[in-house]
Design a protein around this ligand. Structure first.
Ligand code: PEP
Ligand code: MN
Length: 334
């Protein structure tokens, strides 16, 4: 349920209304726009008398929201949410390129890629250390040692960093990580989502490869229900009957998510296609669809990468994409 207030509500009446709603065990999310303030009510609103609230002097209207996601809902929070990741911003007109290797393999590898992608305009450095691999015999990531290397690259370049968490027991290692990724395979690990809701770090929530847009939003809701509103959604391709690409990049999800939710939306063309030469065209398409950022896998030696080499591009290719992305973004503003 949302309560739409009239312009410049009397502070005393607003305080009385807030206290009364809280006494009904409802959580209140206040969203203040230039002309209008909206109170989003979360909890069991079935017993709330809408007519009583509507009759108050300071209230313009009361609307019941049918969608099961509340905090993530644009009706609750009409303005775009801007998530700050270190010194980078994503959402509400702020665009960020996230780049780096699928997996951190060595100090020399991550530092050199970090320096290159920074030069080319990346705002955030990625690097996996806890890797969710289909085969238990495949490279599983450098784990705690990898976090240390990622933090060294952060120190060298001053870039904020993102890496994936697979289990809440790893959270202590993430103290200096700027953005915590929840991967596609964990999008519905509800216990993990609940725990991440209790920290205030930004979360990059990737869409599960067999998950609907609504399910992605419900997973965001799990994090936000715990009090953490710093959620960035990521479209990374879904599994369809098509086998020519690793996944099918669902770009309609970008404007659809933007209409349903105020959260920023990032696109990952690397995992979506699985093919390096498709990364550039799909990055451009993602930008044209209105996304708030793109996450790209970059490797200095894709042929020998320990994970996801076929979809990884070289730093010079990333440089070209970054330039063309900037031109496209300028063109779209006209
Ligand atoms: C990744 O970003 O490294 C990754 C494993 O992605 P996803 O969870 O989308 O497969
Ligand atoms: Mn990968």
């Amino acid at each position: 349920m949302v309560v739409i207030l009239k312009e410049n509500p009397d502070p005393r009446q607003l305080d009385n209304l807030t206290k009364w709603l809280q006494s009904q065990n409802l959580q209140i999310h206040t969203s203040s726009g230039v002309h209008q303030t909206i109170l989003g009510l979360v909890g069991d609103t079935s017993c709330v008398d809408m007519d009583l609230i509507r009759a108050l002097d300071i209230v313009e209207d009361v609307v019941r929201i049918q969608d099961p996601f509340k905090s993530a809902n644009r009706k609750f929070h009409p303005l775009d949410t801007v998530v700050e990741v270190g010194n980078a911003k994503i959402g509400g007109g702020n665009f960020a390129l996230i780049a780096g290797p699928c997996s951190i393999e060595s100090e020399a590898q991550i530092i050199s890629i970090a320096e290159e992608v920074k030069k080319s305009g990346a705002a955030i450095l990625r690097g996996g250390v806890f890797k969710p691999r289909t085969s238990p015999y495949a490279f599983q990531g450098l784990r705690a040692e990898g976090i240390k290397l990622l933090l060294e690259a952060k120190k060298e370049t001053q870039l904020p960093v993102v890496t994936e968490i697979m289990d809440i027991s790893q959270l202590d290692l993430f103290a200096d990580i700027d953005l915590i990724q929840v991967g596609a395979r964990n999008m519905q690990n509800f216990e993990l989502l609940k725990q991440l809701g209790h920290c205030q770090k930004p979360i990059l929530l990737k869409r599960g490869f067999a998950s609907t847009i609504k399910e992605l939003l419900m997973s965001a809701e799990y994090i936000m229900a715990g009090g953490n509103n710093n959620v960035i959604l990521c479209e990374r391709g879904i599994r369809t009957f098509e086998t020519a690409t690793r996944n099918t990049l669902d770009l309609a999800a970008v404007p659809m998510l933007h209409s349903l939710s105020h959260l920023p939306v990032v696109v990952d063309p690397s995992h979506a296609t699985g093919i390096a030469r498709l990364v550039e065209p799909m990055t451009m398409a993602a930008i044209a669809s209105g996304c708030d950022g793109v996450m790209i896998e970059v490797h200095n030696d894709p042929a020998h990468a320990l994970c996801d080499g076929p979809q990884s591009i070289l730093p010079e290719q990333f440089d070209a994409i970054s330039r063309r992305a900037a031109i496209l973004r300028e063109t779209l503003k006209k």
